[in-house]
Ligand binder design. Structure first.
Ligand SMILES: [Cu+2]
Length: 148
């Protein structure tokens, strides 16, 4: 009897721990947002660097842009946008949008990544690009479209 009762208590405890962990991991939980400020962004795009047909490119990772070359990124005025850049080709690259003073550092290690976050405070179409000499001309350019 004691063993059964003990097992039941343990089971109940584990269920409660599970519920707690699920609640803690929920995006709606304030504690989570406070702990990981980088995830507060309303919009999060991930791009990796690459090359194709003699061009240098950004490639969308995940979501609607998955696999797209130099994908159109969209946002609404007032949104906080996070961009994660993953180096996937071992060349030096960065990600820059001049109008929003948004820029990663320049890095070259395969698998290395950096996330930046910025708020889009004006509507329009803005270029993102790689600022390493020659790379924008070689193809590393796309558009961020900010709607009202
Ligand atoms: Cu580049």
């Amino acid at each position: 009897m004691n063993n059964i009762s003990g097992s039941q208590k343990l089971f109940t405890f584990l269920v409660l721990v599970g519920i707690f962990l699920m609640a803690a991991c929920s995006p709606a939980a304030p504690a989570h947002n406070t702990a990981e400020g980088a995830l507060e962004a309303e919009i999060h795009y991930t791009l990796k660097t690459g090359a194709a047909d003699g061009q240098l490119i950004f490639i969308g990772v995940g979501g609607e842009i998955d696999g797209q070359i130099n994908p159109d990124l969209t946002a609404n005025v007032g949104d906080t946008v996070a961009i994660t850049l993953i180096n996937d080709d071992g060349r030096f690259h960065d990600f820059v949008i001049d109008e929003f003073n948004a820029a990663t550092s320049v890095f070259s290690e395969i698998g290395q990544e950096e996330t930046i976050q910025f708020t889009v405070d004006q509507a329009g179409t803005f270029f993102y690009y790689c600022s390493v000499t020659g790379h924008r001309q070689a193809g590393m350019e796309g558009q961020l479209i900010v709607n009202n």
